[in-house]
Design a protein around this ligand. Structure first.
Ligand code: ATP
Length: 298
């Protein structure tokens, strides 16, 4: 399967500070990709590089087989809804749809009007008079109706109430299933990512800690609980993501493709949220000499 987003040694520096560095990614097409990480990790920077709003300081990034925002054809392939879901305050909802219609060759008017109707938005209302959540919904409607090959969404659901969030994620999954669109979205809501995304990228402190297919990540990470011991004594091929100890017991979160047969360990499966949180909270030193897990389905 072809990659919808490919980054090699990508980095972005603001003055003396790296917002993103050593970023190597190869995200397969046709997926809903969740980009998660703490505040300031570099998520918006990566998404702005992918949409062509920023240019790399070092390295390369390619989306849908081309350089971000290079030419009309490339612009039509990629939709981007930035973090502050920009709309034009003095223009009406209908004006926004009109813009979408004129600017996008693959614009889907039926989808746009259906979403606006379902959301109960008044076509004559100016965007400046909409609530924050309604403005976000309008921006997201424009993104979906553009029918891009890749839709990039920076914290799309942050302003939405829980029901609206769930419905929006549902709409996204339907658009992916019906039109083969790929989606990359950043979110702080790991539970939403777990429910919706089939590929995840965890970014911490400007670096990719782990990236891969959700099923593969869930299948290769386990919690081991057993008598207290030094994690360094584990057999080769087991990477310890996090470790905690009491006087008598050790609990490890490990990544391994080899089955754990040692009967002194109790092995428990993990959900995506446990895995993401472990990568987000484990110290940077644990990853200093390891490349991030990159599991790409071709
Ligand atoms: N225009 C800028 N000038 C200088 N530094 C910046 C700029 N934009 C971002 N940064 C810095 O780059 C780092 C990454 O920021 P970025 O916005 O990409 O993080 P984020 O993961 O999207 O955070 P959040 O979850 O809070 O939105 C931060 O340390 C931030 O302060």
């Amino acid at each position: 399967m072809s990659a919808v987003l490919r980054a090699q040694a990508l980095g972005k520096k603001y003055k003396r500070r790296w917002a993103l560095q050593h970023c190597d990614l190869e995200v397969p097409a046709g997926r809903v990709v969740g980009l998660v990480g703490p505040n300031g990790a570099g998520k918006s920077t990566l998404l702005n590089l992918a949409s062509g709003m920023l240019t790399p300081t070092v390295g390369t990034i390619e989306v849908c087989g081309g350089r971000p925002a290079e030419g009309a054809e490339q612009l039509a392939k990629v939709g981007f809804v930035a973090q502050d879901t920009p709309t034009y305050a003095s223009l009406s909802v209908a004006d926004h749809l009109d813009f979408g219609r004129r600017l996008n060759p693959d614009w889907d008017d039926a989808v746009a009007l259906d979403r606006i109707r379902r959301l109960g938005l008044d076509l004559t209302q100016r965007a400046g008079k909409l609530s924050g959540g309604q403005r976000a919904q309008l921006a997201l409607t424009l993104g979906i109706a553009k029918r891009p090959e890749l839709l990039i969404l920076d914290e799309p659901v942050a302003a939405l109430d829980p029901l609206a969030r769930r419905e929006f994620m549902q709409d996204l999954m339907e658009a992916v299933a019906e039109h083969g669109m790929s989606v990359v979205l950043s979110s702080h809501l790991v539970s939403d990512v777990e429910r919706t995304c089939d590929y995840v990228i965890v970014l911490v402190d400007s670096r990719v800690r782990v990236a891969g297919d959700v099923d593969q990540l869930v299948g290769s990470h386990h919690r081991l609980t057993g008598p207290r011991r030094d994690p360094a004594t584990l057999p080769a091929g087991r990477h310890v993501i996090s470790a905690s100890h009491t006087d008598r017991q050790t609990t490890l979160l490990v990544r391994t493709d080899i089955p754990v047969h040692d009967p002194s360990w109790t092995v428990t499966p993990l959900g995506l949220e446990d895995i993401v949180l472990a990568y987000m909270t484990s110290p940077a030193e644990a990853f200093r000499d390891t490349r991030p897990v990159l599991e790409v389905l071709r």
